[in-house]
Write a protein that binds this ligand. Structure first.
Ligand code: ADP
Ligand code: MG
Length: 607
């Protein structure tokens, strides 16, 4: 190094961060961090900035010393303060970490999956020698506790016994979190990889399972142990330096000016609804009404804060119940892939956290409680596609009410308490209790879900599998064609098949709007369009709702009609207007919504 890092830091802070330092000095010790933007360092001195990335331990130590040495106009000792670097130039994915990265300052992007409770961690252990009474300190920097070997008092020099003095030792708050790759970064079917992160002091308690974050830190490794002793393999963890929150749900989708032009053009197409419906799961035949509802779910309504602080969700929850083999799972998988932040999971979920969240004691916490996020938390601001929901655990069953309506999940177990966010739209599928629907009995009792839970869905579709020669023949043609369409297009030189036949076969499964553009369209709508009710639309919804209520009074309706349904109508209306990027919910939207709601009610109802 061609310079003294401590004076370099002093110079840098004096010239670029003086005001921030003064602010820190004033509020210290209740705030303890000087946040430094890496870009400022880079502009100040590129070599200095590069050295920080390459040798973060040395450089951050120097920064810490500089903080203490700078002469301040106020008399405070900043020895407990930290320099926290944010905005690193490059973000890595867990799967790209290599041994070269060990010891370097890196940024990891992902989603918090689990977080332990906050507990003190010893950083400087005070010992008393029981032979001579000498008191000395052992610094604890690693993950393993270091005990003294012999008394440092030369006159004594004996090997103990020593007594730990907790009151004279130094502790910091510590927390471990496990970060996993975000669903949108995974290509079809890949399992997300995780990285453990250690956080200390004022970084603890700030992030929760489900949060999307960038964590900057120093990558470290530790040796694994197996039953037969130490292993030659090492594991990685990140020693956290700073945290940045990623709040914008659609920032990961870039919309160029050309994209915007195409989006606006599409929105003016009079057949936009048909086009979008034909772009949803084109390999599945029929179900136009379901697909229209799924299109509405993609854009959803928007959440609102009422003047009294209450919140109304904007996400649309949809339930598909039906006989086996009617393409429920297929639809769910398609939507999870299409949605910008979609997750596909099963009610019988493989993870211990299930659909909602759980508190467990596991190896991550070393005996501490750990909160783990389930699918609805991980799908925050996206779509959670939950297959076989009727088979979920009893814990999930009870937590789901809150998760769907308030869109939060409260965990309270053995002193750990947390409220996680689950602002996602739920797309669920369930099979009938007895395997197949009995067509001559009412539908609702044949589903293993309570009325309270069912009433939280905005739309419930019943898909029965009744033989119908005409429809069956269409489905058969459709499946047969789409099965070989991929083959045909990739194998065009096969001369025995002519172009026309290829056209014929591929047209059925080609989405009208390609998924990439549709995703951008949805992101654009959700970001920019917040439709309001026109007076006519308001009157129409009111009239329809009152009508529903009076019909619902006959007492044997499986799903009671409550004010929830009115909220559902509004949400669906908003989504309908959003789909054509309109700022007003008009009669056209009301008609569409009523048509969809009616098609659901007819089947769920007793008739
Ligand atoms: P479920 O989850 O309802 O039991 P699946 O999604 O597993 O059913 O569907 C079974 C198979 O039948 C899938 O391969 C699906 O593509 C096919 N299938 C069922 N209905 C249709 C349809 N309407 N159009 C195209 N394929 C269908
Ligand atoms: Mg299925």
């Amino acid at each position: 190094m061609s310079y003294d890092p401590v004076s370099k830091w002093e110079e840098f802070i004096r010239s670029r961060y003086w005001d921030d330092l003064l602010k820190l000095a004033e509020s210290y010790p209740s705030t303890r961090s000087l946040i430094v933007d890496f870009a400022d360092l880079d502009r100040y001195d590129t070599e200095f900035a590069d050295d920080l990335l390459e040798n973060p331990d040395v450089m951050l130590d120097a920064a810490h010393t500089a903080l203490q040495e700078i002469v301040l106009p106020v008399d405070v000792d900043l020895s407990g303060a930290h320099v926290r670097i944010v905005n690193l130039p490059q973000h890595l994915k867990t799967r790209d970490l290599r041994s070269d990265h060990i010891g370097k300052l890196i940024a990891i992007e992902g989603q918090v999956r689990t977080a332990t409770e906050v507990r003190p961690k010893i950083v400087r252990a005070a010992y008393e020698c029981q032979r001579c009474g000498h008191v000395f300190y052992v610094d604890q920097s690693g993950t393993k506790f270091i005990e003294p070997y012999e008394c440092p008092n030369e006159a004594c020099d004996r090997r103990g016994p020593f007594r730990l003095l907790p009151k004279r030792s130094q502790f910091v708050d510590a927390q471990k979190v496990r970060v996993q790759e975000s669903p949108e970064d995974l290509r079809g079917g890949e399992q997300p990889q995780t990285l453990d992160v250690e956080l200390g002091d004022d970084l603890v308690g700030r992030i929760f399972p489900g949060d999307r974050v960038i964590i900057n830190g120093i990558l470290r490794s530790y040796q694994r142990t197996t039953q037969s002793g130490k292993s030659t393999y090492f594991d990685l963890f990140l020693d956290g330096i700073s945290i940045e929150m990623m709040e914008q749900e659609f920032e990961e989708i870039e919309i160029s000016p050309e994209d915007e032009k195409r989006i606006l053009e599409l929105s003016r197409d009079p057949n936009i609804y048909e086009k979008i419906v034909r772009s949803i799961a084109p390999s599945i035949y029929g179900y136009e009404d379901v697909k229209e509802a799924l299109a509405l779910q993609l854009v959803s309504g928007f959440s609102k804060r009422l003047p009294d602080g209450a919140r109304i969700r904007g996400d649309i929850h949809i339930l598909l119940v039906g006989d086996p083999g009617v393409a429920k799972s297929q639809l769910l998988r398609y939507m999870a892939k299409l949605s910008p932040r979609g997750i596909y999971t099963s009610g019988k979920s493989s993870t211990s956290a299930g659909l909602t969240a759980t508190a467990i004691k596991d190896e991550l916490g070393d005996g501490r409680w750990t909160i783990e996020a389930g699918a609805l938390v991980l799908a925050d601001k996206g779509i959670a596609a939950v297959d076989e929901m009727d088979k979920m655990s009893p814990d999930d069953r009870s937590a789901l009410h809150e998760a769907m309506e308030q869109q939060t999940i409260s965990v309270a177990k053995a002193g750990v308490m947390a409220t996680l966010k689950s602002r996602c739209a739920l797309l669920a599928a369930a099979n009938p209790k007895m395997g197949r629907f009995d067509r001559y009995e009412p539908i609702a009792p044949q589903i293993n879900l309570t009325p309270a839970l069912m009433s939280r869905f905005d739309l419930i579709f019943v898909l029965t599998d009744e033989p119908n020669v005409e429809r069956d023949s269409h489905i058969a043609t459709h499946i047969l064609k789409s099965n070989y369409a991929g083959e045909l297009t990739s194998n065009k030189h096969n001369s025995s098949i002519n172009e026309e036949e290829i056209e014929n076969a591929t047209e059925v499964i080609k989405p009208e709007i390609e998924p990439e553009l549709l995703r951008k369209y949805v992101a654009y709508a959700r970001k920019n369009v917040f439709p309001m009710l026109t007076r006519v639309a308001m009157e129409r919804f009111k009239e329809y709702y009152i009508n529903l209520r009076s019909q619902g009074q006959d007492g044997n309706k499986p799903v009671p009609v409550t004010a929830r349904q009115l909220e559902a109508l509004i949400r669906l209306g908003e989504a309908s207007a959003r789909l054509r990027l309109s700022n007003w919910i008009t009669e056209e939207d009301v008609d569409r919504v009523i048509k969809i709601v009616e098609s659901c009610l007819k089947k769920v109802g007793v008739d």
